[in-house]
Design a protein around this ligand. Structure first.
Ligand SMILES: Cc1cc2nc3c(=O)[nH]c(=O)nc-3n(C[C@H](O)[C@H](O)[C@H](O)COP(=O)(O)OP(=O)(O)OC[C@H]3O[C@@H](n4cnc5c(N)ncnc54)[C@H](O)[C@@H]3O)c2cc1C
Length: 466
């Protein structure tokens, strides 16, 4: 398929259209003028492969709209100005949006490892996540993020030493160590309703639907080759009030399917770990949950890998989580699918979680000589939720997510395949910064035409880190 090059810089009118709010003018004359500008701005150049030079327009086809997919779409919308090219997006997700691990996430967001050390890219990740929160908050149907602070209760001599040392080394007030209660206070700790948040991102994007969004499909992708063909068709879809976009687009398929990425790109070194959480109703009369902003009177609490997390809507508390590793014999596609799709089993979740969660509440009450926290949750869970985490290999820097580009043998000439997965148990702190990095890669690919096949961007970045 021939690729195209811009014969000239887009005019001010086109720039305004591309970089503005992206809506097509309403008045017929203005429509005609804008269409002419768009057509003139791009002319077909000699046929070339996707890798031979810059393109004249870019179509991104996103497989998966959990935390990672949402971050890619958000940054694509935001960074399309740097492309100076028309950019379009299509999305396919088997759950519509916010399925997979996102649906089960407890909502803990902070920048620290279990030993209270700063995560690699932890500060940047938190900063980028907060930027996204602010940008999409107007599109949310319910409060989705709250800065509650997080309390980690030390359960061993090693944790006491780690937490005390981390607090002593931290910037003032960032971490606090309460030696009497054996508790570490993470001031910049957030609780996030991941489903409400991803849906807010989706609504935010839909505001730009006319000029940006080609299609949103709810279906499972089972065959990447077929999906590349589908992406190619979507890239040709008429846009802008029936006007066909000039010339074929460079197509970039982004696999952001969480644990589902393993079946689509089997060479990725992912390990799968299913997790279940119990959902409790917040006890009536608990007036301490504010609807938005900061409320540190009801922090999330953690000990021995278990947690209780108040949701920002004030109605639910999440208790979790189990860790159920994929059996070794998941090579068979049907067995793998059954394991990935298995619904939550509340009996299993209660057996695994209720005793440690009771212990967590008792420790909190003891330390604070209060029964307040027991009234945080009613004693019977309303439901259990399950999802599968996609764990990346451990590196010296920690669990570095996987983002990069793969050479796919039967990819059409003008199609590239990128991936973003392996966010492990840290999707909230990593999704926004990783989505931003992936879109930077898309911009580079589109503006220079330089394919970086078989590269894992984050591993390279981690190796270069001091
Ligand atoms: C029980 C549990 C608790 C967790 N708690 C936290 C927490 O407190 N804090 C935190 O930061 N992280 C937490 N995590 C991890 C977090 O949920 C993940 O890191 C994050 O959701 C990964 O995002 P993702 O978009 O890469 O994948 P996913 O969230 O799995 O999203 C993938 C999307 O792709 C879609 N999809 C998958 N396969 C296909 C396919 N073949 N075709 C079409 N669509 C497909 C799915 O429907 C889904 O919408 C938790 C995870 C679990 C399981």
């Amino acid at each position: 398929m021939p690729s195209v090059r811009c014969s000239r810089r887009p005019s001010w009118a086109l720039q305004a259209f591309l970089h503005g709010n992206g809506t097509w003018p309403r008045a017929p004359r203005a429509r005609r003028a804008a269409r002419t500008v768009l057509w003139r701005a791009c002319t077909v150049a000699a046929p070339s492969s996707s890798t031979s030079g810059p393109m004249s327009r870019v179509h991104v086809h996103l497989v998966g709209f959990g935390l990672a997919g949402a971050a890619v779409a958000f940054h694509l919308l935001r960074q399309r100005a740097s492309l100076h090219l028309p950019v379009t997006l299509s999305v396919v997700d088997e759950a519509g949006a916010a399925g997979g691990a996102t649906r089960a996430a407890a909502g803990l967001l902070h920048a620290y490892s279990p030993r209270a050390r700063k995560l690699w890219l932890g500060d940047e990740g938190l900063h980028c996540a907060r930027e996204m929160f602010e940008a999409v908050t107007g599109a949310a149907s319910r409060p989705f993020a709250q800065r509650t602070g997080i309390v980690k209760m030390a359960s061993s001599a090693r944790e006491q030493a780690d937490y005390a040392a981390a607090a002593a080394a931290a910037a003032t007030a960032e971490l606090g160590w309460d030696a009497a209660r054996q508790q570490l206070w993470i001031a910049d700790g957030w609780t996030v309703d991941a489903v409400a948040y991803v849906e807010a991102v989706r609504r935010h994007l839909m505001q730009y639907a006319t000029a940006f969004m080609v299609e949103w499909e709810t279906r499972a992708v089972t065959d990447l080759s077929a999906e590349m063909q589908r992406a190619g068709q979507l890239a040709q879809r008429p846009l802008y009030d029936g006007a066909r976009m000039p010339a074929p687009a460079q197509c970039i398929v982004v696999v952001a399917a969480g644990a589902g990425s393993k079946a689509l790109l089997p060479s990725l070194p992912l390990r799968l770990c299913r997790g279940q959480n119990l959902v409790y109703a917040a006890a009536p009369g608990n007036g301490s949950y504010k609807r938005s902003g900061s409320d540190t009177s009801s922090p999330a609490i953690m000990a021995r890998g278990k947690y209780l997390v108040p949701m920002p809507d004030g109605a639910r508390i999440i208790g979790g989580a189990t860790k159920e590793y994929a059996p070794g014999d998941l090579a068979d596609g049907a067995a793998a699918n059954a394991w990935l799709q298995a619904p939550a089993d509340i009996t299993v979740a209660r057996e695994a979680l209720e005793a440690p969660l009771r212990e967590l509440v008792a420790r909190w009450q003891n330390a604070h000589r209060t029964s307040a926290s027991s009234s945080r949750a009613s004693s019977e869970p309303i439901e259990a939720v399950a999802g599968v985490r996609a764990l990346p290999p451990r590196r010296p820097e920690g669990s570095v997510p996987l983002i990069g580009q793969l050479r796919v043998p039967d990819a059409p000439a003008s199609t590239s395949v990128l991936y973003i997965t392996g966010l492990g148990s840290r999707g909230l702190v990593y999704h926004a910064v990783m989505g931003k990095r992936l879109v930077e890669q898309i911009v580079q690919l589109a503006t220079t035409g330089a394919d970086r096949h078989d590269t894992d961007i984050m591993s390279q970045a981690a190796s270069r880190a001091p």
